[in-house]
Unconditional design. Structure first.
Length: 189
């Protein structure tokens, strides 16, 4: 039930945003900011999938390694990865070495190539038309009807590791929903 808390710099942030410098920077500069573009959205979709079952801090700290390992998250390049690339990635200590998640990231690049519309258009079509800003962390859902619909549609189109919780985290991360608490300095009026 936590409300926004002042950080060391005096700015009231969503509580998780004050726990480390990495989180504060991510909270202040990226989380909840509208994001568009195929590579940028593919990166976030991939990182949210890798985060499943892990701390987001682990993913943030390995982000540059992920970018190097997955060709800057250029879907066309990743779609060309082979089994040899999977083995290379399984030995890359700069990323999370989970075979199912690595294979899903490659599969998702192939699914993007098969889309009949831009990834940007597809993902943003699930952005809620209305959203009530939470006042406490306990009011932030893990799953919404929109995230369930997004996950269902992505799976139908061949994507993997995109359940409704991952879909909602993607929505939060890319500004499709803005879950900064009402008293957080990043909350839009």
């Amino acid at each position: 039930m936590t409300a926004a808390l002042p950080g060391a710099d005096g700015k009231p942030r969503c509580p998780w945003g004050n726990s480390t410098d990495d989180y504060a920077a991510y909270h202040d500069e990226e989380w909840g900011v509208e994001l568009h573009g195929e590579s940028a959205l593919y990166e976030r979709l991939s990182l949210e999938a890798f985060q499943s079952g892990l701390s987001w801090l682990t993913i943030l700290r390995k982000r540059e390694g992920f970018r190097r390992a997955f060709a800057g998250f250029e879907p066309k390049k990743v779609a060309e990865f082979t089994e040899a690339d999977v083995e290379r990635l399984m030995n890359d200590v700069s990323i999370v070495r989970n075979r199912a998640k690595i294979e899903a990231t490659i599969r998702n690049a192939n699914a993007i190539a098969e889309l009949d519309e831009p990834l940007d258009t597809l993902l943003w079509s699930f952005a809620p038309k209305t959203h009530i800003r939470p006042t406490m962390t306990s009011e932030i859902p893990a799953i919404t009807p929109e995230s369930k619909a997004m996950a269902r549609e992505l799976k139908k189109r061949g994507f993997a590791f995109v359940g409704p919780t991952t879909a909602y985290a993607l929505m939060q991360a890319t500004g499709m929903v803005d879950d900064h608490l009402t008293t957080c300095w990043r909350a839009k009026p």
